[in-house]
Unconditional design. Structure first.
Length: 394
């Protein structure tokens, strides 16, 4: 044994088999000499009843003094109860982001998310998260990596924000599963892209044009009665597209729709007489439980987008989405004086904040109501208290 120095290590002979030389001054610090001539520094220590070794680095890349300093740090950690070899092996065998994605979809999303959410998550994972982060270990992903992914999706800012939200959820679940240390979610404090809320409501004139277009395609037979009726019921109830597209006859009652499951859970939706009459006039198919029939014998219509694009083009409403029928219902309800709390229940919003997005549409109704109250009070006091206009005396 001798002190491991640059000169001493370089003077070690090359033999047919690799061998170890230990430092004289620091117990557990040594160098391994390979038949190829490569020499690597290492430490050896005991963890419980096991002897462990961990490589520090290759001679030439590290000097003997640098290796000694690093050995001193590691052996100090061992003295304080650490096991650097086991920690290194755990890190090398740690699950990757691809593994987390698969487990997240199988164990979390399958149990807690709606079908639409599952599809959206699967698309984001397949197209963005796995290609960019799949090979990274879960614990190695830092804020810079998340920022890079988010910035790389800058051409689709809304999708970039959805990916950010998904990653945040995945890392929170990873912490629950003890795959990351608690409180280390790298998505925290990353600023999302600015999103402008899409608000599009059909005016009275536009509603008339839409109605005419729906009547025309029905008479022509270019769209089925089930497709046309779906759009009419969406407008008359304010339902979400999927709630009507997958509606079953068992859910239809004279005064309401009773949905056992929706985006916000079980919903009881008021069904106005006009919408009820439209539904009752629809042809049914024996053995098929769905209201809006599709092409298959036992299924519902699966594509409303293409028919909607044809209908809105005919009506001259090229910028109107199917979801805007729901916005139109809510705006008309607010204009008609329905209070936000009642509208929240009708629309099935999770919180009142979502409903209050339509509050400004009630400004005219509020102004009329305020004027009516003021007029009634003025009559009660018996006179108009406004000052008389000045008269010019000649």
């Amino acid at each position: 044994m001798f002190k491991l120095t640059k000169r001493a290590v370089e003077g070690l002979a090359i033999e047919a088999k690799d061998y170890l030389v230990w430092d004289r001054d620091m117990r557990g610090f040594g160098v391994r000499v390979y038949p190829s001539g490569k020499k690597t520094y290492l430490i050896q220590y005991r963890a419980g009843r096991r002897t462990r070794r961990i490589t520090i680095g290759q001679h030439g890349v590290l000097t003997a003094d640098e290796a000694r300093t690093r050995a001193k740090q590691l052996l100090g950690d061992v003295a304080r109860g650490a096991d650097p070899s086991a920690e290194k092996q755990a890190k090398l065998s740690a699950p990757t982001m691809a593994g987390l994605c698969d487990r997240f979809m199988d164990e979390y999303v399958q149990e807690h998310c709606k079908p639409t959410t599952k599809r959206n998550y699967a698309t984001l994972i397949k197209n963005h998260i796995k290609p960019k982060m799949g090979q990274m270990r879960i614990g190695d992903v830092g804020r810079a990596d998340v920022i890079a992914l988010h910035y790389g999706m800058r051409n689709t800012p809304y999708q970039a924000n959805r990916a950010l939200a998904l990653l945040s959820k995945m890392f929170n679940v990873a912490e629950d599963w003890a795959l990351r240390a608690e409180g280390t979610n790298p998505v925290r404090r990353i600023k999302k892209n600015r999103e402008e809320e899409k608000k599009r409501y059909l005016s009275n004139e536009e509603q008339t044009r839409l109605g005419a277009a729906l009547s025309e395609v029905l008479v022509e037979g270019s769209e089925t009665i089930h497709v046309v009726s779906a759009f009419m019921v969406l407008l008359l109830t304010g339902c979400r597209r999927n709630e009507i597209q997958t509606l079953k006859w068992d859910y239809v009652h004279h005064t309401h729709l009773d949905l056992p499951d929706s985006k916000t859970g079980r919903r009881r939706i008021p069904l106005p007489g006009e919408a009820y009459d439209i539904l009752m006039a629809l042809p049914r198919r024996e053995g098929n439980p769905y209201v809006i029939l599709g092409k298959t014998e036992d299924g519902h219509v699966t594509d409303l987008e293409r028919p909607w694009r044809r209908i809105r083009e005919r009506a001259g409403l090229d910028d109107v989405r199917i979801h805007d029928l729901r916005h139109t219902y809510a705006s008309e309800a607010m204009k008609d004086g329905i209070d936000p709390f009642t509208l929240k229940e009708i629309m099935g919003h999770k919180n009142l904040t979502t409903t209050l997005r339509y509050a400004h549409l009630a400004d005219d109704a509020v102004q009329r109501a305020a004027g009516s109250v003021a007029a009634r009070l003025a009559r009660a006091v018996g006179k108009d208290t406004r000052p008389a206009p000045l008269r010019v005396v000649r």
